[in-house]
Design a protein around this ligand. Structure first.
Ligand code: CA
Ligand code: CA
Length: 399
């Protein structure tokens, strides 16, 4: 009996062995995963990306890094159902190279319950947060050259510097309290040195329900002091003005009804007035000697604390906005040698800009960092001395 048992056992073992041997040689498969970057990137080949396959039954996982073609080659997989994931963290320099923008980016892609029964391949498209966002692209504050003086054509142009559609709804824009140095009796802002807050002279907000004003990547949103063709409007304009800010160019205008001297273009929507510094001023009138601008979002914009300027005899008070709420800012003063008249803290804007004089028709425009698929990506290092340049004539929505 013992011999028979041994014989049967031998047969069983050998048949199991042969079966196992057959399985090993026939039922593992190879599989490739090709990983790509978003279409807004300079290249779509996502090299050096970690891809992980996890077998849903055994729980075992394998990780392979993609090669120079963005391909991860998996070998010896058991047929079955797999969870697939790829992750890629871009450091600042890598993000800059691929997107034109600084800032860390975290990309990932997953496919759930992928059935792998035979050799094959799959493509994974990485997605993630895109760097960049709203930036101030261009400001024109100096006013037209020639006589009489004319500054009704001032504007601020915002720009979608990201790879995603953004909505302008709820964006606040304003000019910061403080003298840009106009004469030897001028004094720097009493708020200078405050690195936690900025203080506004005027604040205006884009209306909308959150999706009313979409702006595609690489497009602008222009806010005019008054939305008319300043060059050709015989009644309200001035032939010396360098700009047409009529319908189709201006997306918004500021309309200040209270002083009774502003006009309302019914074809261009009006900004919501959140704070108007001096009610008797005819319109939003950033100083032609060099205003500082900031854009921000703040849920409590209607109830911002109002603060008097330190070391000032003025009783006027100004809305205080935390620097954490700022999206972008640009400090301008009257000339190159008065950096002590900067109004924005260096953690917001490490530099400043200036024009040669008031009423010169000059403007300040942000530099182009790179171009990706025809979309200009603008330089944004939070230092306006480097990021912007003066131009002799404004180019509303142009370059
Ligand atoms: Ca106006
Ligand atoms: Ca209007």
């Amino acid at each position: 009996m013992k011999t028979i048992y041994q014989f049967v056992a031998l047969i069983l073992i050998s048949s199991i062995w042969s079966c196992k041997k057959d399985n090993n040689t026939t039922i593992t498969v190879d599989y490739t995963v090709e990983v790509s970057y978003p279409s807004s990137y300079k290249t779509q080949i996502a090299a050096n990306t970690v891809v992980k396959l996890t077998n849903s039954f055994t729980g075992e996982s394998k990780s392979v890094t993609t090669d120079d073609e963005g391909v991860a080659n998996f070998t010896g997989l058991l047929p079955g159902t797999y969870q697939v994931s790829a992750t890629k963290d871009l450091g600042t320099s890598e993000a800059l190279e691929l997107t034109g923008l600084e800032g860390e980016v975290y990309l990932s892609a997953t496919v759930n319950n992928l059935s792998i029964q035979e050799a094959g391949s799959i493509q994974l498209a990485l997605k993630g947060s895109s760097p960049g966002g709203w930036v101030i692209k261009q400001v024109y504050y100096t006013g037209a050259s020639g006589s009489p003086t004319y500054s009704n054509d001032q504007f601020v142009e915002l720009y979608n510097n990201s790879a995603d559609t953004l909505y302008a709804d709820g964006l606040c824009v304003g000019d910061i309290v403080g003298n840009p140095y106009i004469s030897s009796s001028s004094k720097p802002s009493g708020f200078a040195g405050d690195t936690d807050f900025v203080y506004f002279q005027n604040i205006f907000m884009v209306p909308g329900d959150g999706t009313t004003y979409p702006v595609i990547p690489g497009a602008s949103f222009l806010i005019a002091r008054s939305a008319i063709n300043h060059k050709s409007d015989a009644t309200l304009g001035n032939p010396n003005s360098p700009v047409d800010l009529g319908q189709g160019i201006a997306d918004m205008e500021v309309y200040w009804e209270t002083a009774g001297r502003d006009t309302d273009n019914p074809d261009v929507p009006n900004m919501l007035v959140k704070h108007f510094g001096i009610a008797t001023v005819i319109d939003w009138f950033p100083t032609v000697f060099g205003p500082s601008y900031a854009i921000f979002r703040h849920a409590g914009v209607d109830n911002l604390p109002l603060v008097a300027e330190p070391n000032s005899t003025s009783t006027r008070t100004y809305p205080q906005v935390p620097v954490d709420s700022l999206i972008d800012a640009l400090d301008c003063v009257s000339n190159a040698s008065v950096s002590n008249f900067k109004r924005l803290p260096s953690n917001v804007d490490a530099g400043f800009q200036f024009c040669t004089n008031s009423y010169t028709g000059e403007a300040i425009i942000r530099k182009i960092k790179t171009t990706i698929n025809g979309r200009n990506v603008l330089q944004d290092s939070n230092n306006s001395s480097n990021d912007f340049q003066m131009i002799s004539t404004p180019t509303p929505k142009g370059w």
